[in-house]
Write a protein of this length. Sequence first.
Lengths: 263, 281
Amino acid sequence: MSASTKQSRGHLLQSIAVAVILIAVWEGACRIFDISTIVLPTPSSIVVRLYALFSSGMIWPHLWATLVEILSGFVLGCVAGLVIGAMISLIPVFERLVYPYLVALQTLPKVAIAPLFIIWFGYGLTSKVVITALVCFFPVLVSVIAGFHSTDKDQLDMMKAFGATKWQTLMRLRIPSALVLIFAGLEIAAVLAVIGAIVGEFVGAQVGLGYLVVTLNFGMDVPGVFAVLIVLSAIGLAMHGLMRYAARRYIFWIRRSEAPVMT
Amino acid sequence: MVALKIHPGANAYGVPDAGAVKPAMIHIAGLEKRFKTRSGETVNALTNVNLDIRENEFISVVGPSGCGKTTLLRILAGLESASSGAIQCDGAQISGPRPDAGVVFQQATLLPWNTVLTNVLLPAHLKNDKSEATVRRAEGLLAFMGLKDFAQKYPFELSGGMQQRVSICRALMREPRILLMDEPFGALDAMTREAMNMELMRVWSEEKKTVIFITHSIPEAVLLGDRVVVMSPRPGRISEIINVDVGRPRTLQTMATPRFGEICDHIRTIFGAQSLTATSL
């Protein structure tokens, strides 16, 4: 245990060292070759700009709007994915009637239909929430269906041999078994949620980090664009970390090495 | 060889052994099981199986893979139905899982999200029995199996042998009259396996039960069984039923006795004869 902690601490130090070296090389190259800030800003100018965005209070309404879009879209998409996925898995008629249409829906590039959502739901919050939910929906749906299919056949036999009813088998075996893959789907959805919200904002918005990126880009404020990108990836990392924490808590019996989860 | 008392499978049913007074607890006559393969062919998994099992008898079933021994156990457990023939317990046809039968599978099939104790309690929980007495019984079983300190652990914290012992506790939970075991020690290493054999004999001597024990190990079958049912494949059928006239209690030393060796050799001869016919055909 202590050996592995020591080892993982060593790995952490190594990756921090790599990051420090990369940033130093980036900063040095920009200064030595006198690269224009519009092409590639120095890391230091990005940090300065990031600090200014927060200290001036300019970023807060955008950050808040995007966070609301991400979280409500994520929750909505996941709930829909869980419910419809469970229905498809447990009600055979549903699988035959509904699933083909859902697959067809998934083959549509979300970016291409985003303008339609702006027309239908307006420039405000709703259209972004719907797009985000749609992006989150499919990975969760697939993971729920795969999760229910993954129930161990021997364990099903065992439940049957001990006289379990269908309901008992569902609650005590099939749902807990499905959780392993469901969490993998939730983890993917958490990261996609950020993309969904930004895509929605790119297509048409008056507020949000995606809107801010577009605006700063127009103003040739490239360090500002980079600063917002850092905030966006921090949100993505936080969402991902949250799901990983939940997975470790709720599917504790899966050792990390065995977890079929994105890393 | 001459001294061996051999009951050919076809004659075994309905002919109780000398000294047996009670009628058979489990009565199997003319049992057939056919499967349809994907290509539409019919496979005879079991054909004309006849076997009577007395109460508290330990029956070992041994045979190569594909001889239908697992199918026989699955029908006894009510997990599959017979295509034709009688398979009765106490005079009634077995048509589904029975509350008085405990099953131990080749894999321990414990629920990984439940503690050892909750796993043992599963059969009781399925009947909504959450009484204090039931928990005491589960704890008693775990203590009996040397797992007292592991009640609150999770299955992944246990070795393979320990997991299988938990699975046996679970099968014993509802005080079954019949214990159905499908190669329960097949996945264990040889040393653990021998220890588990001794453990099982201890359980069986303490809590008398009718045991049907499937294995592909000849010494294991002979060591444990009152009778050994020898099965052969294509189609799955009983070749011979052999009385193991070796006294109890049996220990690992029993395996070194001449009589034990004779019986094992005899079973090997049956398998050898089968493979010879198979190749000459």
